[in-house]
Design a protein around this ligand. Structure first.
Ligand SMILES: Cc1ncc(COP(=O)(O)O)c(C=O)c1O
Length: 510
């Protein structure tokens, strides 16, 4: 079976029928997953009776809602988080995975032994892979290479095949993850592409489950719904259901900077949300307010959510929470803001939860940013071994004498200067290092009697005393063992790797 991708007009024709059917909101027809869960009673912890599910599919949905009192402190209104990361596959997308598969089964688009092919950034893949593993379907996912290693490994763990495609190509390129998925769907007999960006069962899953759950959990008190937007399925289905219950509910879309929903399109790092073109599954009319959120704000807010609420949150939780707090800041105590928290931080351990990655992208300050190199010189003078700030040897000193100097001060390298009296960087002509000297002397014992100029290495890198210690770190990380510190044109000290390490290890990094 070839992939099913209704044209935009078909989609709206279909969704028109779906919405005509669903106009009577008091008795929303539950999707099978939720129907099963509801029929057996609620999850353990909600109800006095314990549940035993026959299939993990039955455990999808009915996620808890948490009052976010720590990250929401200072707000007058209620701020509540819908914990979608607690779905069994780890994200909000479990809801649409099973709904799209079961709809395809009913519609004859997916038959026993069939293959599911989907372009996905990971979470929809996990939702589909989980249901497919239980139902016995083969799964192939195409995914852009910017997605984390953890997401790829997870899909493979469910037995799915993952095809990686380049991120930096337009969606219409034959190499894009969309087009590769289309090609595989056409080529593989019995293949079905759920196509979450066009499939009306995506928003439908949220209309039938997420919306009613939020309405019920807040006792109909919700005034604002905030969701980050990828396919738009969550915001469209949930928002539409809630507005049918109360047309005054304000629906807020959180969009990463760089996505088309709120402005200029350019690359960004937050995963799973935003788009470079408008998906059919997003009904723009449902969204009342858009908030554009930077990568930095998304990531720092997600980290804050984890640290303050103990809720291990993915990047798009940060995007949504940032937008929610922005909207909530102007609301009074009569308002109830519900923010959908789509997935867990487990997928992003090597990204937003890795300080080195955050520093590399400029989202966290480098340690020691406030410390000047001159401070390090003063610190070494106060606490370090009693060595002059700057020891040098002249170019016409004998190598044997230079070795004595290194040994007597217990140092490993010194600058080589033209003459004994020097006060300008231009007087430095080279450097010698114990490692290099050993090399020369071991190979050629006569080297001991030669002039330093014959065996010296190039001068050490120069850093300004007034510069931040990051400048020194940059030189050291490029392989230098030490740097010459200058006060304007005047060399004043030599600092080594060991000096910086000693300084940082004693927590003197400001
Ligand atoms: C991590 C994450 N957050 C949020 C979303 C947004 O959900 P939707 O596609 O329903 O708009 C997605 C969708 O892929 C996602 O992967």
């Amino acid at each position: 079976m070839a992939g099913r991708k209704p044209a935009t007009r078909d989609f709206f024709a279909l969704s028109g029928a779906f919405f005509a059917l669903s106009r009577a909101p008091s008795t929303p027809p539950p999707v099978p997953a939720v129907r099963a869960a509801v029929a057996r009673g609620r999850r353990a912890g909600h109800d006095a009776c314990m549940d035993i599910y026959d299939s993990l599919i039955d455990a999808i949905g009915r996620t808890p809602m948490l009052r976010l009192s720590r990250v929401g402190s200072g707000l007058a209104c209620d701020l509540l988080g819908k914990l979608e990361m607690l779905n069994p596959g780890g994200s909000v997308k479990d809801r649409i995975g099973v709904t799209m598969i079961e709809a395809a089964e009913r519609e004859g688009l997916l038959r026993p032994g069939g293959t599911i092919v989907e372009p996905t950034s990971g979470n929809t893949g996990a939702g589909l892979a989980l249901a497919a593993a239980i139902k016995g379907y083969r799964c192939i996912f195409t995914m852009p290479d910017k997605m984390s290693q953890e997401k790829r490994a997870l899909l493979r763990a469910y037995g799915a095949e993952v095809v990686i495609t380049p991120t930096a190509v337009p969606p219409e390129s034959p190499e894009s993850y969309y087009r590769v998925a289309d090609r595989l769907t056409e080529e593989i007999p019995g293949a079905f592409q759920p196509n979450q960006y066009h499939n009306e069962h995506n928003p439908e899953a949220h209309y039938l489950t997420t919306g009613p759950e939020i309405w019920e959990q807040t006792g109909g008190r919700i005034t604002h719904l905030v969701a980050s937007v990828g396919t738009g399925g969550t915001i469209t289905g949930t928002g539409r259901y809630l507005k049918e219950r109360n047309p005054d509910i304000v629906v807020v879309g959180a969009d990463p900077e760089g996505s088309i929903f709120t402005g200029e399109v350019h690359p960004y790092l937050v995963e799973g949300i935003g788009k470079e073109s408008w998906p059919d599954t997003l009904d723009r009319d449902v969204v009342d307010v858009w908030v554009r959120v930077s990568d930095r704000d998304s990531f720092l807010t997600a980290r804050e959510l984890t640290r303050k609420e103990g809720l291990f949150a993915g990047g798009s939780c940060g995007t949504a929470l940032f937008a929610a707090r922005k909207v909530a800041a102007d609301l009074g105590p009569e308002h109830v803001v519900v923010v959908i928290l789509p997935d867990s931080g487990r997928n992003y351990l090597s990204k937003l939860y890795d300080d080195a990655w955050m520093i590399e992208h400029g989202f966290l300050e480098r340690p020691g940013t406030n410390v000047r190199i001159g401070d390090l010189v003063s610190d070494k003078r106060r606490h370090g071994p009693q060595v002059p700030d700057l020891v040098a040897v002249t170019a016409h000193e004998k190598v044997g004498k230079a070795i004595d100097i290194l040994q007597s001060y217990g140092i490993s390298q010194v600058p080589v200067v033209r003459e004994e009296s020097f006060d300008d960087l231009g007087d430095i002509v080279g450097s010698i290092h114990d490692r290099g000297l050993l090399d020369h002397v071991f190979r050629d014992r006569d080297a001991i009697g030669r002039d330093v100029v014959e065996v010296m290495d190039p001068p050490l890198p120069v850093v300004e005393a007034t510069a931040g210690i990051e400048d020194m770190f940059a030189d050291l990380s490029r392989g230098a063992e030490a740097v010459v510190v200058a006060d304007g044109p005047k060399p004043v000290a030599v600092l080594t790797r060991a000096d910086l390490l000693e300084f940082l290890s004693h927590g003197k990094n400001g």
